[in-house]
Write a protein that binds this ligand. Structure first.
Ligand code: NDP
Length: 607
C-alpha cells in the first residue's frame, strides 16, 4: 500500500547512486566560490536604510539607569519564554531589550506575504497551553505567530518593563557588585543581577554582493522589511494590488522566497525569480485545525507531550505513535524503516549511514519527480530540481510554490549556479541579458557564519575583563549550551551544545527557560549573589560533546554551498564544537529534566 504521505509522481525505479552522486558533485562544484561568506554585503553605511523598521514608528524615551533582577537581550521566542517562566517563578522585574519595535523577533520582522511556520504549530508556537490559544492551522501563518508572541507578552506582563527599538551595545560584569551593566544605543546604562541572551541565529539581514547593486534606481527592499506601502496588501494576505502594473524581481529561492513567490506571482504584472540554487520543495498539506479535535487532544500537559513526541519521532528517539505527522517525522520514519531492514548482525555505523543515504536518495528523487508532476513548462521544471541531499540545505514544504511558475507572468531566471551577474540602474542582468524591473526584492537571507560579536552588536565582558569573543576564540565552550565559565549569572539561550534540535528550535528554548527560572529562583532563595559553571564541569561537558558523531549529514563539505556548510568553505577547527548532546535530543531533554529535578545543579557553583 502506498504511504499516505507519498507525493504525486513518486518514483519506484532503481536509483543509480553513482550517477546521482556525480550529478550532486557537479552541481556543487559550479557553485563553489573563493569568497564564501565574504560574498555578501553587510547592511551599513549607504545600505543601512535596508534595516529601517517599516512596521513601528520609533518613540523617544528617557534613558534607563535603574536596576532589575533579570535583563534579557532579545524579545523573540527565547526572551518571551524565559520571561514567562521567570514570572511564574515569582521574579517580577524582568526587562526584555529588543531591537524591533515590539515582541516577536523573527516574527516581528518577517511579515512577507505567505510567511508561515514550517514546523507544525502545535509544537512550534510556544506556550499554547499556558495562553489557551488554539492554532488555526497545522502550519500557522506569520500574523498568528506574531499575535501569540504579543499574547505571551501581555499575559506575563512583559511589556511593562520592555525596551523596544533598543540595541544593546555593551554588557559588562561588575565584579564589586556581582551584577551586569547593560549599555544600549538609546543611552541606557542599567544593571541586572542576571542576564539572558537570546538574540537568535538569523536576525541580521544581508544582501548579495552583486556588482552594481547600489546603482539600481527603482524600488528595493529585503524580505524581512517588507514594504507593503509599495506593494499594497498586508501580512494577512490582502492582494498586493499596487504591483498590478509592476515588473518585480525577487533574488533568492530559499525558504523565504518559496513562501513569498506564490503571492508575488499572483499580484505582479511580471515576476522574475532569480535562482542560484533551487530549494527542495516537498508537500505541505496544510489544514485548518478543528476545534473539536483540538479540544480532544488539548488535555492538561498536552503541549509538552506533543513536544516530546515530535522529538522522539524526529531526533534519534523512538515513539509508538507520531502525533505531529509532518515532513520532518516522515523523513525520520523512512530512515528508521531503512535501518530496520538491515539484519541485526550487519548493523554497523557504516551500514546505518548507507541506510540514511539510501533513504535520502529516494526522498530527493520523489521531490524532483514532484516538480515534473506540477510545473508545466519542461525546461522550467528541470531548472527547479534540487541536486543535493535533502539536509544540505534547509528543506522547504509548499503546495503553491512550484505551481506559481505556471502563472503566465512568472518567469524563472536560472543563473546556472553562478548568481546574478550585475544590477544596473534599471534592472537585473543574467548571462548578459538585462531584465528591466521596477522593484527588486532581496530574499537573500541573513548573516550566519560571521562573528558572533558582529551579529549581536556587542561583546560580553565577564570576570577579570574576559571577553566572550576571547573565551570562544577557539570555539564555543559551555555547559548545556547555557552556562559559560567566567560569565556568572548569564544564560545563553540557543540550541547548540544542548539538545541541538534544529527541526523545532522552540523546544530548545522553552526547555532552557525552565532551567533559567529554576536556577535564578534557587539562587535568590539561597541568597547566592553569583551562579557560575565551574571550569571542570564545563570541560567535562565539552569533552562529552566531542565523543558524539559530529554534524553528520548536515553541513558536510560535499554539500552544495550554503549557510549549513559555511558556504562551502572549511569552517575551521572551531566548528567541531557546534554539536549537541551525543545521545540525541530526546535523551538530552530527559537528562536535563533529571538534572533539574535532582536539585543538585551539578556543575554550577552558587556563592
Ligand atoms: P537563504 O539564505 O536560505 O536564501 C538566500 C537565497 O539567496 C538563496 O537562494 C541564495 O542562493 C540566494 N542568493 C544569494 N546570493 C545570490 C546571488 N548573488 N544571486 C542570486 N541568488 C543569490 O535565506 P531565506 O531568507 O530564504 O531563509 C533563511 C532561513 O530562515 C531559512 O533557511 C530558515 O532557516 C529560515 N526560514 C524559516 C521559515 C519558516 O520556518 N517558515 C521561512 C523562511 C525562512 P544559494 O542557495 O545559491 O546560496
Amino acid at each position: 500500500m502506498p504511504d499516505s504521505n507519498e507525493p504525486q509522481g513518486a518514483v519506484r525505479k532503481p536509483i543509480d547512486k553513482q550517477a546521482l552522486l556525480a550529478r550532486y558533485r557537479a552541481e556543487r562544484d559550479k557553485r563553489l566560490r573563493d569568497d564564501g561568506n565574504e560574498q555578501y554585503l553587510q547592511l551599513k553605511g549607504q545600505l543601512s536604510h535596508y534595516l529601517d523598521d517599516p512596521y513601528t514608528p520609533r518613540v523617544e524615551r528617557e534613558p534607563k539607569t535603574d536596576h532589575v533582577t533579570f535583563a534579557f537581550i532579545g524579545g523573540g521566542f527565547a526572551g518571551l519564554v524565559a520571561g514567562a517562566r521567570l514570572k511564574e517563578a515569582g521574579i517580577d522585574d524582568v526587562r526584555i531589550v529588543e531591537k524591533g519595535g515590539g515582541f516577536g523577533g523573527t516574527w516581528y520582522w518577517n511579515r512577507y506575504p505567505g510567511a508561515q511556520c514550517d514546523t507544525a504549530s502545535m509544537i512550534y508556537m510556544p506556550l499554547l497551553e499556558e495562553t489557551g490559544h488554539m492554532p488555526s492551522e497545522k502550519y500557522a501563518h506569520a500574523p498568528e505567530i506574531l499575535e501569540q508572541c504579543e499574547r505571551i507578552g501581555r499575559k506575563y506582563g512583559l511589556y511593562d518593563n520592555a525596551l523596544f527599538h533598543t540595541e544593546v551595545t555593551g554588557v559588562e560584569w561588575d565584579e564589586a557588585r556581582s551584577r551586569w551593566i547593560i549599555r544600549t544605543n538609546r543611552g541606557d546604562e542599567f544593571t541586572a543581577d542576571f542576564i539572558g541572551i537570546g538574540n537568535g541565529p538569523l536576525h541580521v539581514p544581508k544582501l548579495p554582493g552583486i556588482p552594481g547593486i547600489e546603482s539600481f534606481e527603482g524600488h528595493s527592499f529585503h524580505t524581512s522589511r517588507w514594504d507593503y506601502g509599495y506593494t499594497g496588501g498586508d501580512p494577512k494576505g490582502a492582494p498586493m494590488d499596487k504591483l498590478a502594473d509592476k515588473r518585480v524581481a525577487i533574488i533568492g529561492t530559499g525558504a523565504t522566497s518559496v513562501q513569498a513567490v506564490p503571492h508575488l506571482a499572483r499580484s505582479a504584472k511580471e515576476l522574475y525569480v532569480f535562482q542560484r540554487t533551487p530549494s527542495s520543495v516537498d508537500v505541505r498539506a496544510n489544514i485548518p485545525i478543528d476545534a473539536d479535535w483540538f479540544a480532544s487532544v488539548a488535555t492538561p500537559g498536552w503541549q509538552q507531550r506533543w513536544l516530546e513526541n515530535f522529538t522522539a519521532n524526529q531526533a534519534g528517539g523512538s515513539a509508538d505513535e507520531d502525533l505531529v505527522q509532518d515532513g520532518w517525522t516522515d523523513l525520520s520514519r523512512r530512515i528508521r524503516a531503512k535501518i530496520g531492514q538491515i539484519p541485526r548482525e550487519q548493523l554497523t555505523p557504516q551500514k546505518m549511514l548507507e541506510a540514511f543515504e539510501d533513504s535520502d536518495f529516494e526522498k530527493m528523487e520523489e521531490i524532483r519527480a514532484r516538480v515534473d508532476g506540477i510545473v508545466e513548462d519542461h525546461e522550467t521544471a528541470q531548472k527547479l530540481k534540487a541536486w543535493y541531499r535533502q539536509l544540505c540545505k534547509r528543506p522547504c514544504f509548499h503546495d503553491q510554490y512550484l505551481q506559481a511558475f505556471n502563472e503566465p507572468g512568472a518567469h524563472l531566471i536560472d543563473t546556472d549556479g553562478k548568481g546574478v551577474e550585475k544590477i544596473t540602474e534599471t534592472g537585473v542582468v543574467v548571462a548578459g541579458k538585462e531584465y528591466p524591473v521596477d522593484c527588486i526584492i532581496y530574499a537573500s537571507g541573513f548573516e550566519v557564519g560571521t562573528e558572533w560579536t558582529r551579529r549581536s552588536g556587542f561583546d560580553l565582558v565577564g570576570k577579570d575583563g574576559l571577553k566572550l569573543s576571547e573565551a570562544w576564540a577557539d570555539g564555543m565552550k559551555t555547559k548545556h549550551g547555557l552556562h559559560v565559565h567566567g560569565f556568572p549569572n548569564a544564560f545563553f539561550v540557543q540550541p547548540t551544545q544542548g539538545a541541538n534540535l534544529i527541526s523545532n528550535i522552540p523546544h530548545n528554548l522553552t526547555d532552557s527557560a525552565r532551567t533559567i527560572a529554576l536556577v535564578v529562583k534557587t539562587a535568590l532563595e539561597r541568597g547566592a549573589k553569583e551562579v557560575e559553571v565551574t571550569q571542570e564541569a564545563q570541560d567535562d561537558w565539552v569533552a562529552l560533546l566531542l565523543t558524539g558523531p559530529g554534524r553528520m549529514m548536515i553541513g558536510s563539505p560535499d554539500c552544495t554551498p550554503g549557510y549549513y556548510n559555511n558556504e562551502g568553505k572549511d569552517p575551521g577547527p572551531a566548528a567541531k564544537y557546534n554539536v549537541g548532546y551525543p545521545a540525541g535530543a530526546s535523551a538530552y531533554f530527559k537528562y536535563i529534566e533529571d538534572w533539574r529535578n535532582s536539585g543538585q545543579f551539578e556543575g554550577l557553583a552558587f556563592r
